[in-house]
Design a protein around this ligand. Structure first.
Ligand code: ZN
Length: 95
């Protein structure tokens, strides 16, 4: 049985501490706030999508903090973040 995923309280991304919070979002499972530098995961996000959503929002944070966001059209950034969700299971240790 897979270990239960524990949502980290924060992520360290490119030297910045990014708090990870739960909150009520209207149209998304997650959000990276570019002003407050924090990630919010929707309280209604299904449990099986939490890790992928966090990976997606973490990539938005990477792209923003690194400055790459400013070089991308919004749809391209979204595509990169969706593609990054594919890495979600790649870092898990298999026993
Ligand atoms: Zn996105």
């Amino acid at each position: 049985m897979a270990a239960k995923f524990v949502i980290p309280k924060s992520l360290s991304i490119l030297g910045k501490n990014i708090p990870v919070k739960r909150g009520n979002l209207k149209d998304a499972h997650g959000q990276f706030d570019r002003t407050d530098f924090e990630i919010t995961l929707d309280t209604k996000c299904p449990a099986h999508l939490i890790e992928e959503t966090l990976m997606h929002e973490a990539m938005h944070a990477v792209l923003w903090i690194s400055g790459v966001s400013q070089l991308l059209r919004e749809d391209l950034e979204e595509a990169i973040c969706f593609a990054t969700e594919g890495l979600t299971n790649s870092f898990k240790v298999r026993k």
